[in-house]
Design a binder for this molecule. Structure first.
Ligand SMILES: [Zn+2]
Length: 316
C-alpha cells in the first residue's frame, strides 16, 4: 500500500537530459534508482507524482531572464556546452523545468499537509547553478526555486536548507547570502570542487549568521558526520526555528563515489535522514522536502537513496 505521507516527485524527462557518453551525471543514475526501488518494492510504498514544468516566472525568482533564454535557445537548437562540464541536449530545457517544477509541487504537498515528506528524484541537479551561470552539471537551482516559492507563495517566514552533497552548494549559498529568511548549511569535502564553502563564509549583510559551512577532509566517516549534526547542524536548526526543512540530498559522499573521498555507508544516509526528521517533527510539523543532487556510483547512489526513503517511511 502506498504511504500518502511520503511522496516522490519524478518526471520521465529526467531520462531525456542527455549529457553524452562518459559523463558522470547521466540518465543511468535515475534509471538505476527506478530499478532499485522496484527491486526492493519500495516503489509500492511511495506515493508517486508526476510534476508539471515550472513556469518561467518561478525560474525567474532565482535566475536572470537572459540566462533562462540562453538555456532554452541552446537546448532548442539541439544542445551544446554551457560550461566546461555542463552539457545540454535538445530535451534539457524541458527536463530542467520539470526538475524545478517537482520542487515547487513538493513544497505545495508538504506545506499543504498532503504529505509529510517529499523526495524529488529528477535530473539535472541544481545546487551549483548560479543566477546567470550554469555550473557543475546544474542548469536551474531547483532547491533555491522551491525555497523562494515556499516563502512567496505560501508565506513561510523561514526555510532551512541542509546540503549534504559532497560538493559545496555554491549556487544555493549565493542565492541567499544576504537573506535571513533562508538558512543555508552545508557539509562538504574540502578541498574539492567548486572550491567555495570555507568555514568563514557565514553570509553577508542581513544574511550574516544565516550560512553555516562545515568543510570535512577526505576520508571522513559517518561518525564524523553524526557528530557534526549533533554539535552544529541540529543546534543551528533549533536556533533558526524553520517553517520548512529542505535537503540538497547528494549521495556522492558515499564511499564508492568516484568523484570524492568521503566514506559514508548506505546506512549513514539513513542516520542523516532520521536526524533531520527528528528535528523537523520538533520544529516544523515534520515538513521535509528533499531534492536529489549528485551521486555518481550507481550502487552507492541506489543504496543511499534506499536508506533515505526507508527513513521517510519509518523503517528502522
Ligand atoms: Zn556533488
Amino acid at each position: 500500500m502506498p504511504n500518502p505521507a511520503t511522496q516522490i516527485f519524478y518526471h520521465p524527462l529526467s531520462l531525456e537530459h542527455d549529457t553524452g557518453s562518459g559523463h558522470p551525471e547521466r540518465a543511468e543514475r535515475v534509471q538505476a534508482l527506478l530499478s532499485h526501488l522496484m527491486l526492493t518494492k519500495l516503489n509500492e510504498r511511495l506515493t508517486w507524482k508526476t510534476p508539471n514544468a515550472a513556469s518561467v516566472e518561478w525560474i525567474e525568482s532565482n535566475h536572470g531572464k537572459d540566462y533562462i533564454e540562453l538555456v532554452e535557445m541552446v537546448s532548442s537548437s539541439g544542445g551544446g556546452l554551457l560550461d566546461a562540464d555542463t552539457v545540454l541536449s535538445s530535451d534539457s530545457f524541458e527536463a530542467a523545468l520539470a526538475a524545478a517544477g517537482a520542487c515547487i509541487q513538493a513544497v505545495d504537498a508538504v506545506v499543504g499537509k498532503d504529505a509529510n515528506q517529499a523526495f524529488c528524484m529528477n535530473r539535472p541537479p541544481g545546487h551549483h547553478a548560479r543566477k546567470s551561470t550554469a555550473m557543475g552539471f546544474c542548469l536551474f537551482n531547483n532547491i533555491a526555486i522551491g525555497a523562494r516559492y515556499a516563502l512567496k507563495r505560501h508565506g513561510l517566514e523561514r526555510v532551512f536548507i541542509f546540503d549534504w552533497d559532497v560538493h559545496h552548494g555554491n549556487g544555493t549559498q549565493e542565492s541567499f547570502d544576504d537573506d535571513s529568511s533562508v538558512y543555508f548549511c552545508s557539509i562538504h569535502e574540502s578541498p574539492l570542487y567548486p572550491g567555495t564553502g570555507a568555514a568563514g563564509e557565514a553570509g553577508k549583510g542581513a544574511g550574516e549568521g544565516y550560512t553555516l559551512n562545515l568543510p570535512v577532509s577526505r576520508g571522513a566517516l559517518g561518525t564524523d558526520y553524526e557528530a557534526l549534526l549533533d554539535e552544529k547542524v541540529l543546534p543551528a536548526m533549533r536556533a533558526f526555528q524553520p517553517d520548512l526543512i529542505m535537503i540538497s540530498a547528494g549521495f556522492d559522499a558515499h564511499r564508492r563515489d568516484p568523484l570524492a573521498g568521503i566514506q559514508l555507508e548506505d546506512e549513514d544516509f539513513g542516520m542523516l535522514t532520521h536526524r533531520v526528521l527528528d528535528a523537523a517533527s520538533e520544529l516544523c510539523d515534520g515538513r521535509v522536502v528533499s531534492v536529489l543532487e549528485g551521486g555518481y556510483d550507481l550502487e552507492g547512489l541506489a543504496g543511499g537513496v534506499e536508506q533515505h526513503l526507508r527513513a521517510f517511511l519509518g523503517d528502522g
